[in-house]
Design a protein around this ligand. Structure first.
Ligand SMILES: *Cc1c(COP(=O)(O)O)cnc(C)c1O
Length: 373
């Protein structure tokens, strides 16, 4: 049986967890949390990072930090995971859904300016499959209309964007804030886990306070204040050291994990090329301004009938392929709240996108052979 996903263990996870446990410090913000945060700040140049219990939590922190309140509007793609929208809905925002590009699930940035009103507070681009959105256009609009940009970089670890200035920037380093996921379906995992990235310095202090249940506990432990207490709203967003220890074992192996995942991805892309052409299937498109981080290999089928056929034929060979993202604008929760615009490209991806198995220990050649058969 070839599953759709299988979490990869580097071998050091339990050793580091044991170390965390016997050290006697297993609540959050200890040695392993610091190691992980420093890794991201050094390797990717993120100004400030805070580990969270999920990407969902990091997005909720972002919504609090940029001051989202009842009646604000937030622009997000319709073709995304529900947390991208929920984080802002929880604070009373109205979601304005953007359509996807015709050839990629990422938001079509040429449609964004028309969606901006006096109530718009933020744009939340999702780097689908680790492929960068057109960040120059998004950041220019944000500047022109005084909006915040929160990157949903859940799938985008170790992927880069090169804009007009020719500088290659890691995804997650461009918006005012960004959120990553270490859920077991992502490239680097911690079971459940995530991280908030703060690139705009004005948010650093408050981010730590919100992270620590609305207290200035972090400042207290640095000796900056002589007592700590309740200073703002907040919640319990820190993961325990057990989770951070697991994550550290993964991060130490980032390069190797990325290398193997990209090899699998390249094998799919090169060996399925002529099969795709004959069957009117589109293989993933990576714009020139983006790198590929080997997060996901998806194909765009001719229609829903063809997709169902492929899923069933692979299932008969014991291989599991999956589709996802019922457009959020037509979801049971939001359909009545949506402004009624038809989002043709989004709906098209809902019907035709298929994800093939992609994980470290995957026997990719077997899946390719099954597809070609
Ligand atoms: C996985 C994912 C999330 C949620 O991540 P969690 O860590 O499970 O909360 C949010 N947005 C996108 C685009 C994702 O792929």
């Amino acid at each position: 049986m070839i599953p759709f996903n299988k979490p990869y263990l580097t071998g050091k996870e339990t050793e580091y967890i044991t170390d965390a446990v016997i050290s006697g410090k297993i609540s959050g913000n200890g040695k392993y949390t610091q190691k992980c945060q420093q890794f991201f700040e050094t390797k990717f140049g993120f100004k400030k990072t805070l580990l969270t219990t999920s990407c969902t939590d990091a997005l909720e922190m972002a919504a609090i930090l940029i001051g989202i309140k009842e009646g604000d509007e937030v622009i997000i793609p319709s073709y995304t995971f529900v947390s991208t929208a929920n984080a802002f809905v929880l604070r009373g925002a109205k979601i304005i859904f953007a359509d996807s590009l015709p050839n990629h699930p990422n938001m079509d940035c040429s449609t964004l300016e028309a969606l901006i009103t006096s109530k718009t507070k933020a744009i939340v681009p999702v780097h689908y499959a680790g492929v960068a959105c057109d960040m120059d256009t998004i950041m220019e609009l944000a500047k022109k209309y005084n909006l915040f940009v929160v990157e949903d970089a859940a799938q985008a670890i170790d992927s880069y964007y090169t804009g007009k200035d020719g500088i290659k920037k890691p995804l997650g380093s461009i918006g005012h804030l960004a959120a990553f996921s270490f859920h077991e379906t992502k490239n680097i995992i911690a079971g459940e886990g995530g991280m908030l990235v703060v690139n705009d310095e004005q948010f650093i202090n408050r981010a730590e306070i919100i992270w620590e249940k609305g207290t200035n506990r972090s400042s207290f432990f640095r000796g900056e204040v002589d007592k700590y207490g309740w200073v703002d709203i907040g919640s319990s967003f820190l993961p325990s050291e057990i989770i951070a220890a697991f994550l550290w074992a993964q991060l130490e192996n980032l390069e190797n994990i990325q290398k193997i995942r990209k090899q699998h991805w390249d094998a799919y892309q090169s060996q399925l090329l002529s099969w795709a052409k004959v069957n009117e299937i589109e293989l993933p498109f990576i714009p020139e301004y983006s790198t590929n981080n080997g997060h996901m290999f998806f194909i765009k089928c001719k229609n829903i009938t063809q997709r169902t056929q492929i899923i069933n034929k692979l299932k008969a060979k014991n291989t599991h392929s999956v589709f996802h993202y019922i457009s959020l604008h037509s979801s049971p929760y939001y359909i009545e709240k949506h402004d009624g615009r038809i989002l043709h490209n989004t709906d098209n991806f809902t019907d035709t996108l298929l994800r093939l198995p992609l994980f470290y220990e995957l026997d990719v050649q077997t899946v390719i052979n099954q597809i070609l058969e």
